[in-house]
Design a protein around this ligand. Sequence first.
Ligand code: HEM
Length: 537
Amino acid sequence: GAPQTRTPTGAATGAPSTANGQQGEFLTTSQGARLRDTDHSLKAGPRGPILLQDHHFREKITHFDHERIPERVVHARGTGAHGVFTGYGAEEITRAGFLRKGKETPVFVRFSTVLGSRGSADTVRDTRGFATKFYTDEGTFDLVGNNMPVFFIQDAIKFPDIIHAAKPHPDREIPQAQSAHDTFWDFVSLHTEAQHHTMWNMSDRGVPRSFRMMEGFGVHTFRLVNAAGETVLAKFHWKPKLGVHSLVWEEAQLIGGIDPDFHRRDLYDAIEAGAYPEWELGLQVFPDTPEETFAGIDLLDPTKIVPEELAPVQPVGRLVLNRTPTNFFAETEQVAFHLGHLVPGIDVTNDPLLQGRLFSYVDTQLTRLGGPNFSQIPVNRPHAPVNDMLRDGFHQDAVHAGVAPYRPNSLDGGNPFTAGDAEHAFLDVPVTVTEAPKIRANPVSFDDHFSQARLFWLSMSPTEREHIIRAYTFELGKCYHQAIKERQLRCLATIDPVLCARVATGLGLPAPEPTEPPADVRPSPALSQVGREWPTD
Ligand code: HEM
């Protein structure tokens, strides 16, 4: 039988393909018949109604009527660029080929805000997405991160809840971002695991100066495996060559009005001027112990960082963005990232946020991109040969030959082989799954919600603290419900009394006493059992 391989081609390999775009010099119908006139519909006389038989009119209008696809349910507002990643060598910790010294891999990066719609302003206070697609020889690897190292929630089952709380009100459809929002502050003051991420949002990190001046974080801990089968736990970091810079709030507001496209314009202008944005990819590496902790910090808790003083970031490669997309819709809008796009040498952990994300991305893309074949869209096509036994479905672009794809298969020698060797195949690391009962609960270590928010606050300079105080005051000042402001002030009291007092003064409210154990007596999960015995009033 004939081989059933689908040859990877398309825009992502280099200069964008316009093969299916415009060909020839004459205007035609979608079927290639030359057109004489596209400016007048076919009518029953110059003053008559349009005739149903006007197939050109109907084709043109029908296609236009269906030009829009749903925007992303989150991260709808974004902009992207192509580039190249060069590895520095990391064979000791992972066998991932794209990290080998000198190895060059094409990439596509999409930066985004989280909460605004497609047409919202760039400079709002929000988390920024930093998603990278590495088109490696061993399959596509997606690093779907943010510009902040922690997340609002610990378990993916809470994701619809936090997003519902932060998106515009159901009745008024305001606001665009998480600012000025009773439901947002209601959520984060009731779900205190969100306090650490919220502190990052209220800091200058929430208003980046430029995508070129943002850090990126994989957030979760991943499991890396080398050629000898040895594993480590690791966190991914992007460090911008230009350093980390932010707008001040007044600048962000002015720019939001004057140039809502400020960040995407900045990215395109820089690349087109030859000032290519650059980042180094780095890894924080931890021993793969059964406890999955480091320095008392639970590595499966996505609301926690590991301070770089304790685990320095080791550079493993360099990213340069050097080409803007030819077509925003084809590339930036249709790109589909997924945490399950892993390559040999990189595996997942049991972080309950990561585990849920492994389900969510493909599921949402099935709707957003209209069926199961979106990996055939040029920007999503792997650069490694694909031979996947997946067949048919909406928007199938491949013409597969041979008999039915299944294995083993005695009728068709063209059916694909599995890589029997450990050298070339993706291997799931055979970690032991503990013999614990099924349970809807978090580890006790996840109960520490405040110590790292406090760590962050204490690490800020006086100017940065002033900005944080003003951000909390401004945003909470927009809440209509006093009880929500008071509850959030109690959270701030637990983080730091000075922060709380200053924000309370700004809001014209009394500063409350902390209601949780002081953060500094609960610095690590090891102490969280002790923390549980503290009085809660
Ligand atoms: C989209 C990051 C948590 C569901 C995105 C994007 C980024 C991102 C960067 C934009 C991708 C793009 O540019 O196309 C993160 C990070 C998370 C997180 C860093 C936590 C550490 C979650 C969770 C869920 C989720 C817990 C659901 C359980 C989605 C969905 C999209 C999305 C549905 C839209 C994808 C699409 O339409 O293509 N996320 N996310 N995310 N995220 Fe997450």
